[in-house]
Write a protein that binds this ligand. Structure first.
Ligand SMILES: Cc1cc2nc3c(=O)[nH]c(=O)nc-3n(C[C@H](O)[C@H](O)[C@H](O)COP(=O)(O)OP(=O)(O)OC[C@H]3O[C@@H](n4cnc5c(N)ncnc54)[C@H](O)[C@@H]3O)c2cc1C
Length: 476
């Protein structure tokens, strides 16, 4: 048995990465008979990081993530573990339609029977409004084209072009896949973001055939792909905090980290904390700043990760302000990158997750603003940002009415860009970090930025920390 006073762990950062690492540390240490003391130091006056839900007048306004992918089970498993099973809320599959902005600003419905821009039902390609007939002919070549995948990573655009042609990159799968990651598909790593497509290509010799086989193997209707929590995603980070024995220490920005013979000296302003293990659950540039004094090489490598700024505005309208009363019948719309507009996507929040609008006359539209081509818009003053978003909205949807209320959330340098080769780089960073016993890196900068991926990494990090702690106690 390792005693509490023997093993002290400090987690730097109280986002979902830091909070879930603390949760799994507690669980793993208990299961393996190790008493550990875990402290979370959080720079701001609230924990949760990018997970932010505002709840004015019974509404659910998300500033960061609004849901988790069901296909990635780690987030849902954590919710269940925390007693939140009854709070899980499926998206409304019956209304899961998306529109795509065309060059002239019109919104065209995304074809039916497609998943991530790839047809999964026989005949769905024939009836689809996009791509063109030439594009469709090029797309079906995927069915007999040999596997031409490169050995290692490639960009999402290169993969889509190889299998389906340029139209799919520009107008179909490209906008959806790069939209999820707010990234340039020409740079976005396939293996770090959509490795399943490479697996389908390898296994079935055709991505379309692979997607159809997977869809056919499912019995009954497919389950809702996106899952939220009734009170919004912050319910998750709030619940972890309430179930942890000790609350994160707020307003504690870690300013310096020093390796010592006994472990680590962590400084936050005047406060000094000693620990045997320190988990940096902060974005890579902040981790770089902290490791720079003792490992300049690792700091330089971590700084290579690019970030893009985005913002989102949630606009409240009265239904009568919409040019057509059923405009919010689907989930929203995507604006392809080539349009170079401030608005990159829109979500009808009340449609995507039903039962959360207390007033049926109210419509909530969440507009996503900025990508690597247009991110300067994120720095505009509130009024100018609102004006830029509303100008695009009018062009796309004809909505010109003044919203009754607007909520703005900005994420300057908040979106890591997983460029081609990202996972190989991360392997190198992790190997470099391992040279320093008791130092761990975890979170959205590394092996997946979705909430479930961050939770998965947190669990793995917690296991590593406990393994090392037990090894240390065996050795002493
Ligand atoms: C607008 C937006 C929408 C998104 N939508 C989705 C979605 O729908 N589904 C999904 O799965 N994912 C989504 N994501 C991604 C996901 O929300 C993030 O990847 C994830 O929340 C990041 O968690 P993290 O803990 O790694 O980092 P962060 O949330 O950034 O947390 C890092 C924490 O560390 C603290 N910190 C930084 N420096 C220090 C220091 N020196 N000392 C102490 N504390 C420090 C920060 O204050 C912060 O609290 C979205 C992201 C954004 C921005």
């Amino acid at each position: 048995m390792v005693h509490a006073e023997d093993f002290q762990i400090v987690i730097v950062g109280g986002g979902i990465a830091g909070l879930s690492t603390a949760w799994f540390l507690r669980k793993e240490a208990r299961a393996r008979g190790m008493a550990a003391q875990v402290r979370i130091l959080e720079a701001r006056d609230r924990a949760g990081g990018k997970v932010v839900t505002e709840r004015p007048d019974g509404l659910v306004i998300e500033g960061g993530p609004d849901s988790m992918f069901r296909e990635k089970p780690w987030g849902l498993a954590l919710c269940r573990e925390l007693g939140l099973a009854d709070d899980l809320l499926d998206c409304d599959v019956a209304r899961m339609k998306v529109a795509l902005a065309r060059g002239d600003g019109r919104l065209l419905p995304y074809p039916e029977g497609f998943r991530m821009g790839i047809p999964t039902r026989g005949g769905s390609l024939l009836t689809a409004g996009i791509p063109s007939w030439r594009g469709k002919l090029r797309m079906v070549r995927d069915l007999w084209m040999p596997d031409g995948a490169p050995e290692g990573d490639e960009s999402v655009a290169s993969f889509l072009r190889r299998r389906f042609g340029q139209e799919v990159v520009d107008d179909l799968a490209g906008p959806m896949m790069s939209g999820i990651y707010t990234a340039d598909p020409e740079r976005l790593s396939l293996l770090a973001t959509f490795p399943r497509f490479r697996d389908l290509e390898r296994k079935h010799g055709s991505v379309i055939r692979g997607m159809r086989t997977a869809a056919g193997a499912r019995r009954g209707d497919p389950p809702a792909p996106f899952v939220s929590l009734r009170g919004g995603m912050q319910t998750l980070t709030d619940r972890i905090q309430s179930r942890l024995g000790t609350a994160p220490e707020m307003g504690c920005q870690v300013t310096a980290l020093t390796p010592t013979p006994a472990g680590w000296l962590i400084r936050s302003g005047d406060m000094e904390v000693r620990a045997q293990a320190v988990v940096l659950a902060v974005p890579a540039p902040e981790a770089a700043r902290l490791v720079a004094p003792f490992d300049a090489g690792l700091a330089t490598d971590l700084r290579r990760l690019r970030f893009v700024s985005t913002a989102n505005l949630t606009l409240a309208f009265r239904r009568r302000a919409l040019p057509k009363p059923d405009m919010d019948a689907g989930f929203g719309f995507l604006v392809p990158r080539k349009a170079q507009r401030a608005v990159t996507a829109g979500t009808w929040s009340g449609t995507k997750f039903p039962g959360r609008l207390p007033d049926p006359d109210l419509v909530l539209l969440r507009l996503f603003v900025g990508n690597d081509l247009t991110e300067s818009v994120v720095a505009l003053e509130d009024d100018a940002l609102r004006a830029a978003a509303r100008e695009d909205l009018a062009r796309l949807t004809g909505i010109r009415a003044e919203p009754t209320r607007v909520w703005i959330h900005r994420w300057p340098q908040g979106n890591p860009q997983y460029d081609v080769g990202h996972l190989d780089q991360v392997d190198q960073w992790m190997a470099a970090a391992r040279v320093h016993p008791g130092l761990y890196l975890t979170g959205s900068s590394y092996r997946g930025l979705s909430l479930p991926d961050v939770v998965r990494q947190a669990e793995a990090t917690a296991k590593e920390v406990v393994d090392a702690g037990l090894r240390k106690s065996d050795a002493s």
